[in-house]
Design a protein around this ligand. Structure first.
Ligand code: ATP
Ligand code: XMP
Ligand code: GLN
Ligand code: MG
Length: 511
């Protein structure tokens, strides 16, 4: 089935992916493409959204999309930089704002009887994030809305289905943002809301069949949600040609290697457990820099996969459960100008020597979307409900250089924390939780004796997609009991603290 498709042109905004989320929440399929790689066939999409950008239309680094085949022919919504771009280069004027405008604003004027603003009235809260401002509308521009500080907060172009807004409809704090997108996509562009988890499964399986044919595929299976859902999708498409490899990198949770292998029994998948812990731990010896650790782990993962791939005759593809946020935070999603935060172990391509092509069926989905896709295939809620766990595992939760002893200590601490969350019925209320071993010794007193031992931090966050997160207000009694149990049972730890930082400005993992 051919879906309606929305094209999102990325100019490097941190929010581009959020636009995609919002569109998909409306059950409309969309794809993000770099601003300078517009698909050549305009009939392959039904509407276009231009994202914001860190760049300025007035600067030397102005980003110029070639809109000649689209403008006036496809419904277009230009956000922030996009709105400034259309103004600046089509007869309007953009200038620096007197004051930078970030955050909350309210619409002080909304033009009557405009389909674009249907259901949205004066006073509605919008979120701004810009330092340039549109001084004069472009040729044929019609003012649609203003805020107290920004006169040209929204406009359309007479005679075209082109709309532009200075504020960000995609962020949570623009209260009617979703309504606005719906007005544009459904009422103005006439797009059907037919993109659902079921349709994603059907289409992805068809695409995978076509792409992979009779080829053999090796998949990195981690026990986590993403790779498990990817495995089931691939299994539906190519059955016995799928070879799953679960690597023990020595950095898993306590007993996780065995329990994950057990969990996959009975699912019809062909899973091989590979114990490579010594290789990983040796490679990490003496490394304390977070990025170097991640790079070392990524390298060993590749070596192990390469070895395993050689053991399967004629294998052509490596499949991974990579999802969208992995990509966004490692490298800019589209090769655009957004910043690298952390190098996720599974992103960045394969070295030439591997000769395997990569297939990542979930690369465009957010975590909650992956869970819905898994549920629509009838997967076990216990797998789908698992907290995310990073591929580099406990290595990025042991600050500084790690030793086998430190890994063991953290495994014990983590096991107590997680099992208590489960027994207190808190596990499903928390998006992700874990413990961090700090490179700090402090003085304590146990049984009248002085101790000088390690400190662990507990972290539990709520989130929907890992892109932003807040710490969870766990009950004091729970923290009290857990802290006590950790210090009493885990030799080498005499202090427990609770991490109360949100993301941003912190991140979920400490490294
Ligand atoms: N121990 C492992 N063995 C094999 N492959 C792995 C392992 N750890 C990670 N991977 C690969 O790296 C990908 C990314 O890991 P990541 O932790 O982001 O996802 P996940 O483990 O599938 O899901 P979750 O985020 O829920 O933990 C996995 O989907 C998988 O393909
Ligand atoms: O597979 C992964 N490989 C990695 O290298 C990696 N680093 C972070 N994470 C997970 O991503 C989410 C966001 O983490 P941060 O806020 O720490 O960036 C959280 O869920 C993290 O656990 C990783 N997952
Ligand atoms: N969020 C944006 O798109 C900002 C656009 C432009 N860089 C400005 O500061 O005005
Ligand atoms: Mg994982």
């Amino acid at each position: 089935m051919q879906h309606n498709k929305v094209l999102i042109l990325d100019f490097g905004s941190q929010y581009t992916q959020l636009i995609a989320r919002r569109v998909r929440e409306l059950n409309i399929y969309c794809e993000i493409h770099p601003f300078n790689k517009i698909p050549t066939d305009p009939d392959s999409f039904n509407a276009v959204i231009l994202s914001g950008s860190p760049n300025s239309v007035r600067g030397e680094d102005v980003l110029h999309p070639d809109l000649s085949r689209i403008r006036g022919r496809k419904p277009m919504l230009a956000v922030c930089y996009g709105a400034q771009y259309l103004a600046h280069f089509s007869g309007g004027e953009v200038a620096p704002s007197n004051t930078r405008e970030y955050g909350r604003a309210n619409l002080s004027f909304v033009k009557d009887k405009e389909a674009f603003f249907s259901g949205i009235s004066r006073g509605s809260q919008v979120w701004m994030s810009h330092s340039d401002t549109i001084k004069k509308l472009p040729t044929n521009g019609v003012l649609l809305a203003s805020t107290h500080d920004v006169e040209n907060a929204a406009y359309k172009i007479e005679g075209e289905s082109t709309y532009a807004i200075q504020f960000h409809p995609e962020v949570y704090h623009t209260t009617d943002g979703k309504q606005l997108l719906e007005n544009f996509l459904v009422d103005i562009a006439g797009i059907e809301q037919d993109w659902t988890p079921q349709s994603f499964v059907e289409e992805t399986v068809d695409e995978l069949k076509e792409k992979l044919g009779n080829d053999r595929v090796v998949l990195g299976l981690s026990g986590g949600v993403d790779s498990s859902v990817a495995a089931i999708l691939l299994h539906k498409a190519i059955g016995k040609n799928l070879y799953c490899i679960f690597v023990n990198n020595g950095l898993l949770r306590k007993n996780e290697f065995d329990s994950v292998l057990n969990q996959y029994e009975g699912m019809g998948l062909n899973v091989k457990g590979v114990d490579a812990s010594a290789r990983f731990l040796d490679a990490l010896e003496g490394i304390s820099d977070p990025e170097l650790k991640r790079k070392a782990i990524g390298r060993v993962f590749i070596e192990v996969f390469d070895d395993e791939a050689h053991a399967i005759e004629n294998v052509k593809w490596l499949a991974q459960g990579t999802i969208y946020p992995d990509v966004i935070e490692s490298v800019s999603a589209t090769g655009g100008p957004s910043a690298t935060i952390k190098s996720h172990h599974n992103v960045g391509g394969l070295p030439d020597f591997m000769k395997l092509k990569v297939v990542e069926p979930l690369k465009a989905l957010f975590k909650d979307e992956v869970r819905r896709v898994g549920a629509s295939m009838g997967m076990d809620p216990n797998i789908l409900g698992r907290h995310p766990f990073p591929g580099p595992g406990l290595a990025i939760r042991i600050l500084g250089s790690l030793t086998r002893e430190n890994v063991r200590i953290l495994q014990e601490v983590d096991a107590i924390f997680i099992s208590n969350l489960k027994s207190w019925n808190l596990y499903d209320k928390v998006w992700q939780a874990g413990a961090i071993l700090l490179p700090v010794n402090s003085v304590g007193v146990m049984g009248d004796e002085r101790t000088y031992e390690k400190c662990v931090a507990l972290r539990a966050v709520e989130s929907t997609d890992g892109m932003t997160a807040d710490w969870v207000n766990l009950p004091y009694e729970f923290l009290q009991k857990t802290s006590n149990e950790i210090i009493n049972k885990v030799k080498g730890v005499n202090r427990v603290v609770y991490d109360i930082s949100s993301k941003p400005p912190a991140t979920i993992e400490w490294e």
